[in-house]
Design a protein around this ligand. Structure first.
Ligand code: TUI
Length: 315
């Protein structure tokens, strides 16, 4: 028996699996996103704090790998989002995902260009607001995820969002195998998003140190930075991230840094992890499920293995 995708959105996008790749800043390159779409999932380019030219370049790199639809994630804390949306529209991207904020001001414009809009939401309140504004689906992301996170777990967030909405809900956070996918479907989700699993893939372009760190990580090897200073983000435990959390307790009394300093801190430390594998100064954003990832596999194999295990369980 094959489980129906039960999601017209995914059928419209010609996907073989109800699996989306999370739009990871720096790590979600055109090459990775293209590979995920080509293999039957939906790849998402993560633009983080990138400027328009870099986004255009990565969109074109995705097109070298696939003719299938893929998405671009716009990180709404960035100051470059207007120019990034312009590039997305000019380049004819079919799906926009958003993270770290409220995309309301852009939804109508994106829809007028035929672009599907799928915001990532950390709460029922924002999910309901997004449905009202006419988005095509939401990703309900639990705090098991890597990177910028909300307060609720996937187990608690997903069924509450499913109950509150009539549009498709895609579950994210802590999913890296077929058991996670089957569990998400049991909670009422009609698709899943995985980030960390694709970080440790053959097509992922993150530094080898980063992939190895995910493979080596145990269950308790992540921590949350920004708990005190804002912008909570889950990263792998390193000397630097442990120290950062300690430093926050001291700096909470100091004036908040300006936007340039915040961008350099967040964008710079992630860039150092992804491009340089810098264990001293890099922020290795990864989810709690890192502890369950033991090998680097090609994207097509990940999708096939995860979905066939999920199908067996869901029968
Ligand atoms: O966006 C993510 N994950 C990210 S973005 C990113 S780049 C960055 N780096 C360092 C610090 C901050 C960002 C790395 N990882 N996931 C989706 C997500 N969205 N998680 C939480 C949210 C969210 C939070 C608040 C979405 C909406 C929201 O709304 C608040 C509002 O503006 O109303």
């Amino acid at each position: 028996m094959s489980v129906k995708l039960n999601n017209p959105l995914f059928e419209k996008l010609g996907m073989k699996y109800p699996i989306i790749q999370g739009g990871m800043a720096w790590a979600g390159t055109g090459h990775l996103a293209g590979a995920v779409s080509e293999a039957g999932g939906l790849g998402i380019i993560g633009t983080g704090y990138w400027k328009a030219d870099k986004v255009r370049e990565e969109i074109r790199r995705a097109r070298q790998v696939t003719d299938k639809p893929f998405g671009v994630n716009v990180m709404l804390l960035s100051r470059h989002i207007r120019e990034v949306f312009d590039v997305i529209i000019e380049e004819g991207v079919q799906v926009v995902a958003t993270g770290a904020g409220d995309p309301s001001p852009f939804i109508e414009e994106l829809h007028s260009h035929g672009i599907l809009v799928i915001p990532v939401v950390p709460s029922v309140g924002l999910a309901k607001m997004m449905e009202k504004k006419g988005v095509d689906a939401v990703v309900a992301e639990g705090m098991e995820s890597g990177g910028h996170i909300g307060m609720l777990t996937t187990m608690t967030l997903v069924p509450q969002v499913v109950d509150a909405l009539n549009i498709p809900v895609i579950a994210a956070g802590g999913i890296a195998d077929g058991r996670g996918v089957a569990a998400a479907f049991m909670l009422g989700a009609s698709g899943v998003q995985m980030g960390t699993r694709f970080l440790a893939s053959a097509e992922s372009e993150v530094h080898e140190n980063f992939k190895n760190a995910v493979v080596k990580a145990k269950d308790i090897d992540t921590l949350v930075t920004g708990e005190l200073l804002g912008n909570r983000a889950r990263v792998l435990k390193t000397k630097m991230s442990k120290n950062f959390v300690k430093q926050e307790r001291i700096e909470i009394t100091k004036p908040k840094p300006d936007a340039d300093a915040i961008e350099e801190l967040e964008n710079g430390s992630l860039r150092r992890a992804v491009l340089d594998g810098d264990k001293e100064n890099g922020a290795f954003m990864a989810g709690q499920i890192s502890g369950m990832i033991h090998e680097i596999k090609p994207v097509a194999e990940i999708l096939e293995d995860v979905w066939s295990q999920a199908e067996d369980l869901l029968k």
